[in-house]
Design a binder for this molecule. Structure first.
Ligand code: ADE
Length: 238
């Protein structure tokens, strides 16, 4: 899989992608993440990428031309399945979206900045808009890093333990159960007996019960027909 990220701040993303799982995925040839400095496609001597908003108001708007030039350059080299724009007013990112995107071959991710991009970019070039939560970051870069990480760790072979992504929280619609490691007894803080029993079926059913319990307590909204403990909202229609 290949992900091309278009940004005015490539330096902000060099760190996350040269470490840990993303680095390992690249080293194994399973994923390629490339950063593209939008300023290289900027206009005039100053390589401008933004301009004042028509109609006035505070804040600059990212111009169409540098973005289209960068995307045309990329699209001349390969076909893209999706052109994603990171924005707080996009669709909420979740595990199901990460799963779907992990099946794609080539993605472009455009990071928004300033007041955002000229709306015509969104109308004509973008195929999917993603928000990572109801808060505003100073740019789309960190959001793009979050989405890229969530996608790449799902690619077969990226995680050492093949089953490990399958048992993540959200993967089956539930939060993950608690986990423990040695020592079995730390000054009286004991690991649940069942986990030490070696009885695979009992361990599996304990984990499932714990998952359901944890989800009911912390995220009742995830359980269809559940009652939200906090608001008392019936969330059946969700
Ligand atoms: N850019 C700024 N804030 C964002 C958010 N919450 N999600 C995605 N992109 C963003």
């Amino acid at each position: 899989m290949r992900i091309d990220i278009i940004t005015v701040l490539p330096g902000l993303l060099e760190g996350p992608f040269s470490h840990s799982i993303l680095k390992r995925a690249e080293d194994k040839g399973l994923a390629e993440v490339r950063l593209h400095d939008l300023r290289k496609y900027g206009i005039g001597k100053q390589r401008n990428v933004d301009d004042y908003a028509f109609g006035g108001g505070a804040g600059m708007v990212m111009m169409i031309e540098p973005i289209i030039n960068c995307m045309t350059d990329l699209k001349s080299q390969r076909q893209y399945d999706e052109v994603i724009y990171m924005t707080p007013d996009g669709d909420s990112f979740n595990q199901s979206m990460a799963n779907k995107l992990s099946l794609k071959k080539n993605l472009i991710i455009l990071c928004g900045h300033y007041k955002g991009v000229d709306e015509r970019v969104r109308e004509h070039l973008i195929t999917r808009e993603i928000s990572i939560g109801d808060f505003v970051l100073s740019g789309g870069e960190l959001a793009a890093a979050v989405v890229t990480d969530a996608i790449i760790r799902l690619l077969p072979g990226v995680l050492n333990d093949e089953t490990s992504a399958l048992t993540d929280s959200f993967q089956d619609g539930l939060l993950a159960p608690p986990v423990y490691t040695r020592p079995a007894d730390f000054d009286g803080w004991k690991v649940p007996e069942v986990l030490l029993s070696g009885h695979a079926a009992n361990i599996e059913s304990w984990r499932f019960e714990q998952s359901v319990r944890r989800t009911r307590e912390r995220r009742p909204d995830l359980i269809a027909g559940g009652i939200s403990a906090e608001k008392g909202d019936n969330i059946e229609e969700r």
